[in-house]
Design a protein around this ligand. Structure first.
Ligand SMILES: *Cc1c(COP(=O)(O)O)cnc(C)c1O
Length: 361
């Protein structure tokens, strides 16, 4: 399916854009264009159109405002050593977007339309892709219910949109995050929407995020809804633990039980850690394993991972059951090695043996 192109006549001037891209922040500036496609039950998906970035107009009774039928994705385009631009595993995001749509009773967007929309936007707005290691153009595809009406039922109209924002390097090697293990709130239960990337999961998490901030923590760690003991994820990122040190270390992550979001970064690190020679496990991790593991020294490092921040070390944990540090609370050597390897692959400075990069330009 071809994408209709309507170019902006009011693109940000080169000199202004250069200033924004030099200090991008995250979600502070948006590129000159966006992609929009509309779906109706009668006609299916209409033609996708790239057009100038602008506010949209929706009826106040559009269903998304009332019942939260919405999904999204997040992926990045990285500048390569030859000046080109590549995406990191966009097919995995395309597939997950389909799965999220099915769970939220939204119309699955054909994977090729998802990929073509990204290709078109990144090509058109290539000047917005920053160049330094760790920097990128963050892409945000999303879809929501636009049927007008207050009856509770799956929408018969939906809108797909794609926007992009230049993103700074997130990781400051010196600061590890402090997490709040929430025993009061639950992110996801079996049969719920934990595996889908939907705005509703985040809406339900914000009160816990507020509680975490009151406790002096940066992020929330979620535990399972049923037994209230198994570690699931951290905010919008998956978690990894390191057992032992050096070449004999084991790198492990909570198993996907149906309530965790299956992260592309999580999946990539399973391969990267194995390539680096570590033993790798997907397993059940309890809060007791965590506390006792760091106390005995068996667990040496902990980090969170996701597209936005790539890898973030977890230095301290607080909870109703007490508080404890990971090692000396500083980012560990294996965390740093995994982060640098993944970033190297993304930026084309380390061989991409898994064929994860997809060249755009
Ligand atoms: C997006 C997300 C992740 C990380 O997924 P990536 O594909 O690695 O970016 C983890 N947990 C939640 C809840 C998420 O929404």
């Amino acid at each position: 399916m071809a994408i209709k192109m309507t170019k902006s006549r009011r693109a940000v001037p080169d000199a202004d854009r250069a200033k924004m891209v030099a200090k991008p922040g995250f979600g502070k500036y948006y590129t000159d264009h966006m992609v929009v496609a509309e779906w109706t039950e009668e006609k299916g998906w209409g033609e996708a159109e790239l057009k100038p970035y602008a506010p949209i107009s929706l009826d106040p009774a559009a269903m998304v405002f009332h019942y939260g039928q919405e999904i999204f994705e997040g992926l990045k385009a990285y500048r390569q050593p030859d000046g080109g631009i590549s995406l990191f595993r966009p097919e995995a995001n395309a597939k997950r977007f389909v799965n999220s749509a099915i769970r939220l009773a939204l119309p699955p967007l054909p994977e090729e339309v998802f990929l073509e929309s990204i290709q078109a936007l990144v090509t058109q707005d290539a000047g917005w892709v920053p160049g330094k290691v760790g920097e990128s153009l963050y892409l945000r595809p999303f879809m929501f219910a636009t049927e007008v009406g207050l009856g509770v039922r799956p929408t018969n109209r939906a809108m797909y949109m794609l926007i992009a924002t230049p993103a700074a390097a997130y990781f400051k090697a010196e600061d590890a995050v402090t997490v709040w293990i929430s025993t009061e709130y639950v992110r996801a239960a079996i049969g719920g929407t934990g595996e889908a990337k939907c705005g509703g999961n985040y809406a339900a998490s914000l009160v816990a995020q507020k509680e975490a901030a009151l406790k002096g923590c940066d992020q929330v760690v979620w535990i399972d809804a049923k037994e209230r003991k198994w570690v699931e994820e951290m905010g919008g990122m998956n978690l990894y633990f390191v057992k032992g040190k050096g070449a004999d270390a084991t790198v492990f992550t909570p198993k996907l039980t149906g309530t965790l979001l299956p992260g592309v970064t999580r999946d990539s690190i399973l391969s990267v850690a194995a390539d680096l020679g570590y033993k790798v496990e997907e397993t059940m991790v309890s809060v007791d394993d965590w506390r006792d593991g760091v106390a005995s020294g068996l667990i040496t490092e902990i980090f969170a991972c996701g597209t936005a921040a790539v890898v973030t070390p977890v230095g301290f944990a607080k909870s109703a059951m007490g508080e404890w540090a990971t090692g000396d609370g500083k980012p560990g050597p294996i965390t740093t090695q995994i982060r640098n390897t993944l970033l190297g692959i993304q930026h084309g400075t380390i061989p991409d043996t898994h064929n994860w990069l997809k060249k755009v330009l």
